[in-house]
Design a protein around this ligand. Structure first.
Ligand code: SF4
Length: 350
């Protein structure tokens, strides 16, 4: 069983079943989340019999690193094998001042929420081989622990922008967020976590109504239904007006700004008409726009626009009063678009 999917109360219930006192839950959590014990045998203030019972039933490390690209100064991408052999990837971004205005020494980890993805955005590597399964809450939490352990770095922010649509795995995502946030867990502030969705409007409303102040980013990538619908099939189910209304519900409930992620793709969504429509959405919601030049994906035909087109797109937004930045992306030279490393490995193995 997956230890990292348990809340402190859930752990108390497991202790009850084993005939052990519930207060041991605090000791176990302290070993796992504060002291980062990887094995129950290390937990020296727990009785040996209890350690043995837990070791027989629970796994503390559901991920094994099987690949890595990048270097310490750039984006580092880790490929992990899960216990059933599926592969996921997690990315460590050394500093992201252009992303969220964080301090230059702040590190961000980009976490996957599913194996593969069912949403089939046309520009994305994660959707190429379809959806395999949801990650458990423990597999989500384990990515954070594993990247801190492997890199030796303290991580300050999490973005749920890796492989998969986080809101299609809503319950496990929210359980993972609770564990990452809890004082008995990893104690990471809710405002240091950002969930990025392709636009599941009903889930955005649920997310707005839950109590934690977790941030929200929308993978927009098209500012009219015509253009967005061409590259993101989800837009047919939840068109822009429905999406914007759900976003407005979020900003009203949370009193938080949200971010629009917008990948610039040559000849698809980089026109002045799109820049103007995007400006209108951003101003209506007071959202920040994060422009990201497209990273080429092997097997897909899309390309990034020339730099002067990127700059011109940015200028249209800024001159009309939208808050926008253009990311000069780190990790462009490694396979850093989401889902790419996993795809390379699985295709080599085919
Ligand atoms: S962009 Fe996100 S939602 Fe779309 S296919 Fe890729 S992982 Fe799935």
């Amino acid at each position: 069983m997956d230890f990292l999917s348990l809340t402190r109360d859930g752990l108390g219930d497991e202790l009850d079943k084993l005939g052990e006192p519930r207060y041991r839950a605090d000791q176990l959590c302290s070993w796992v989340y504060e002291r980062r014990a990887g094995r129950f045998e290390e937990m020296s203030n727990l009785p040996a019999a209890l350690r043995a019972k837990f070791a027989a039933q629970f796994s503390l490390r559901p991920l094994v690193k099987v690949g890595e690209t990048g270097s310490e100064d750039t984006t580092r991408k880790f490929l992990f094998r899960l216990t059933d052999g599926q592969l996921i990837e997690t990315v460590l971004i050394p500093a992201s001042p252009a992303l969220y205005g964080e301090r230059a020494d702040r590190r961000t980890v980009c976490i996957s929420s599913q194996v593969g993805c069912a949403y089939g955005c046309k520009f994305c590597a994660s959707g190429l081989d379809g959806w395999k399964r949801n990650l458990s809450a423990g597999e989500i939490v384990a990515q954070f622990l594993a990247v801190e352990e492997l890199s030796g770095e303290k991580i300050h922010n999490i973005v749920f922008m890796g492989m998969g649509e986080p809101f299609a795995n809503y319950d496990n995502l929210m359980l993972a967020i609770a564990i990452l946030n809890a004082p008995w867990g990893l104690g990471l502030g809710a405002r240091h976590m950002t969930v990025s969705t392709s636009g599941l409007a009903p889930r955005i409303r649920d997310f707005a109504d839950q109590p934690l102040q977790v941030r929200l980013a929308i993978s927009l990538h098209g500012a009219t239904d015509e253009v967005r619908g061409r590259i993101m099939p989800v837009n047919r189910r939840h068109p822009l007006e429905e999406l914007m209304e759900a976003c407005s519900h979020y900003t009203t409930r949370k009193k938080q700004h949200l971010t629009f992620e917008y990948i610039l793709i040559r000849g698809v969504n980089d026109t002045e008409e799109q820049a103007l429509a995007l400006t209108r959405h951003a101003r209506r919601l007071n959202a920040k726009v994060n422009l990201i030049p497209y990273n080429t994906v092997t097997g897909l035909e899309w390309e990034r626009p020339d730099e002067h087109v990127q700059e011109q797109f940015l200028r249209v937004l800024v001159e009309r009063g939208a808050q926008a930045t253009l990311r000069r992306e780190k990790g462009h030279d490694i396979a850093a678009a989401c889902g790419q490393l996993r795809l390379q490995v699985t295709r080599q193995a085919d």
